[in-house]
Design a protein. Structure first.
Length: 200
């Protein structure tokens, strides 16, 4: 006779394996061409206004690096569920992944698929909720530690010092543009110098 505690343990283990299997299969499907794309020549020649949202989205999602990023994210989160030390991280990673899929499916899918995937993906989110609830004794202390981190290590700033924030904000915003210019100058030197000359 299986005791209540054993049944709960087996259910939690089953949830971990189920989610791992599902998202490893989703991820590998994307890596090996089983998901996204798959539009016929006729569909590719059809004006975009005459295609369904599903077909348009499936075509767009088939491009890199989006496709490989989603695939690797799903596989990484799924694999983490299989190891005791990383299962909570894997579960937390899966929450935005599943929520994103759910919102996309509710947006682009035909009604029947919306219904099916809506219930299925919501169930997966509930399963993750059960996992986190099961491990709450370990998660709550970690959350308390994270949420009690002070926003600044050096708290003794005068009012004038905080005004430097208004100087640092534009510098931080411009930093990527400067790096982009340096990259462009290194990879396309002739075009870069032509662009500089055109300014004068």
């Amino acid at each position: 006779m299986i005791k209540k505690g054993q049944l709960i343990d087996l259910t939690i283990l089953s949830i971990r394996f189920l989610l791992a299997i599902i998202f490893i299969s989703y991820g590998t499907g994307k890596l090996f061409g089983g998901q996204f794309g798959n539009l016929t020549e006729m569909e590719l020649a059809t004006p975009i206004k005459d295609l369904s949202l599903f077909k348009v989205a499936w075509y767009l999602f088939d491009h890199q690096p989006f496709k490989i990023f989603i695939a690797v994210s799903q596989i990484a989160a799924a694999l983490m569920l299989l190891y005791n030390r990383t299962m909570v991280i894997g579960a937390l990673m899966l929450i935005p992944i599943i929520a994103n899929i759910l919102i996309i499916d509710l947006t682009i899918m035909p009604y029947g698929f919306k219904l099916a995937f809506g219930f299925r993906l919501t169930a997966y989110l509930c399963y993750i909720g059960l996992l986190l609830l099961y491990y709450k004794k370990d998660i709550v202390p970690a959350w308390r530690t994270i949420s009690s981190i002070k926003p600044l290590q050096y708290a003794n700033h005068g009012t004038v010092t905080y005004l430097l924030v208004f100087v640092l904000i534009p510098i931080l915003e411009l930093a990527p543009a400067v790096l982009k210019m340096m990259y462009f100058a290194a990879t396309h030197p002739q075009s870069f110098w032509n662009a500089i000359k055109s300014l004068f």
